[in-house]
Design a binder for this molecule. Sequence first.
Ligand SMILES: O=C(O)c1ccccc1NCC(=O)[C@H](O)[C@H](O)COP(=O)(O)O
Length: 236
Amino acid sequence: MKNGYKVKICGTTNLEDARLAADEGANFFGAVVETDFSPRSLSLDQAKPLFSAQPIPGVALIFNMAEKRAAQLIQELNPFAVQFLGETDTLFIRRLKKAFPSTELWQSVHLPEAGKHVDFAHFKKAVEDYIEAGVNALIFDTAAVFQGKMKFGGTGLMCDWNIVKKLMDAVRSPVPVWLAGGISPENVGPAIDATDPYGIDLCSGVEAIPGKKDPLKISSLISIIREKSANRRKLT
Ligand SMILES: O=C(O)c1ccccc1NCC(=O)[C@H](O)[C@H](O)COP(=O)(O)O
């Protein structure tokens, strides 16, 4: 999608699905690397074929990875962007940015699932700090406990879109802001209406089975997003 809302098809585990996302018109694919709480996590070697092909720009998602390993990942995969899933030390962001100026650094911000209490001041400060440190994009997503373990993303659960919108309005981010968490073809329209994000990032909502994307779900999602984008253009 060249104009309008962007789409990232995330949790991609194989090259066929990265190509499918590209063919259907998504803007980015994402792959989770060396992240133990994700059933879709790839080793560096498993991720290589996806990133050497990069049919569309690829985003490598990592969780609290050591700095040396993150540098190695950037050198070996040459992703368009690295996306941090954990709460990232802003000095770490600054150092990586200096070392790899041509790699974008994206930061996930994980809110609790909708209905749970949100410490608004905490999230506002975190977002301001990430912007100040120089991240290139922010992704609001959902974190939740599964089988006693906190999962930062890939939950299939929505966060509170009204709070996302309130945070967006409060920080007036100079960088693109994505919405993720439990989005599917069924609810992508209301998700866009509620937050008017730069883009939509999703994983389980377009899968046939965990780890395998569903072509029909992706094409239905993209056609809804195209329609929403066309309507927005009419309004501006
Ligand atoms: O896909 C996963 O298993 C995953 C696990 C941990 C972090 C991220 C993960 N997926 C990639 C994404 O960024 C997802 O698009 C995002 O978390 C939303 O996932 P979903 O709620 O399944 O759409």
